[in-house]
Design a binder for this molecule. Structure first.
Ligand code: KIV
Length: 286
């Protein structure tokens, strides 16, 4: 069957017929090509790139220019998946105009299909303004890494009835404001299930259990290319870090031992040309 480009309508349809949605992050061209060929539905250029690609301690320092740079690279590799760019901290929090302008840059300058932004009731009007400007928005509630210090650290959200109700109210309001989908990060599975069933738009969970309409993972966590802290909700489908380290160590050893490059890695010169060259050199020396 001919594969078609993923659309918001197709994502909506998946929710209606109970077909789960697979989403993953990507930050560069070569992984984007691989992700696209793996029939992933949605690709997120997350601001998690600040930590896993740029080496910052949090997502807070990530800039618009850094996000756009990586979104452009991923765009060049993705043909079929729906591409979402993450609005970085303080790119949508100062004013509606600034939020619309920055969201628009993801579509105009990086070719994204939509933007994602973090927050609950406090960002509802921002979401509405961006959507009214013609830009699809994916919302993100629960553990919102950009405001993690306000939340008191990387911890599960919505464990008590009061905060759970606030998350549920946020989800309803974000859908009403026009969000086409909702990421729920680190919230109890039953709460995620209740919110999922109460919404028309698809929910995407990360640390939110199996009752969401879809799942998202950070590609570095999923592939095991990252040697740091591993959240308990992550499933590692590969452990590439030790393989990559071994390959690099083997390379360094072979270079030092003169084993690489071998005869199969060189560009030979025809003997006739070599003779002409060395003859020429000899003549020059005389
Ligand atoms: O930045 C990111 O990668 C994210 C996902 C974890 C949802 O926001």
């Amino acid at each position: 069957m001919d594969r078609k480009k993923m659309t918001i309508a197709a994502l909506q349809k998946k929710k209606e017929i109970g077909e789960k949605i697979a989403m993953v992050t990507a930050y560069d061209y070569s992984l984007a090509v691989c992700v696209d060929q793996s029939e992933i539905d949605l690709v997120l250029v997350g601001d998690s790139l600040g930590m896993v690609v740029l080496g910052y301690d949090s997502t807070v320092p990530v800039t618009m220019e850094e996000m756009l740079h990586h979104c452009r690279a991923v765009r060049r590799g993705v043909r079929f998946a729906f591409l979402v760019g993450d609005l970085p901290f303080m790119s949508y929090n100062t004013s509606r105009e600034e939020a619309i302008r920055n969201a628009g840059r993801f579509l105009k300058e990086a070719g994204c299909d939509a933007v994602k932004l973090e927050g609950g009731l406090e960002v509802v009007e921002t979401v509405r303004a961006i959507v009214e400007a013609g830009i699809p928005v994916m919302a993100h509630i629960g553990l919102t890494p950009q405001t993690v210090s306000k939340l008191g650290g990387f911890r599960v959200q919505g464990r008590d009835a009061e905060t759970a109700r606030r998350l549920s109210d946020s989800a309803q309001a974000l859908e009403k404001a026009g969000a086409f989908s909702l990421v729920m990060e680190c919230i109890p599975d039953k709460l995620a299930g209740m919110i999922t069933r109460s919404l028309r738009v698809p929910t995407i969970g990360i640390g939110a259990g199996p009752e969401c309409d879809g799942q998202v993972l950070v590609s570095n966590d999923l592939l095991g290319t990252y040697d740091k802290f591993q959240p308990t909700f992550v499933k590692q489908y590969a452990r590439l870090y030790p393989l990559i380290r071994q390959a690099l160590a083997d390379y360094a050893r072979e270079v030092r031992a003169g084993v690489f490059p071998g005869p199969e890695h060189v560009f030979p010169m025809e003997k006739k040309e070599l003779d002409r060259l060395t003859g020429g050199t000899r003549r020059k020396k005389k």
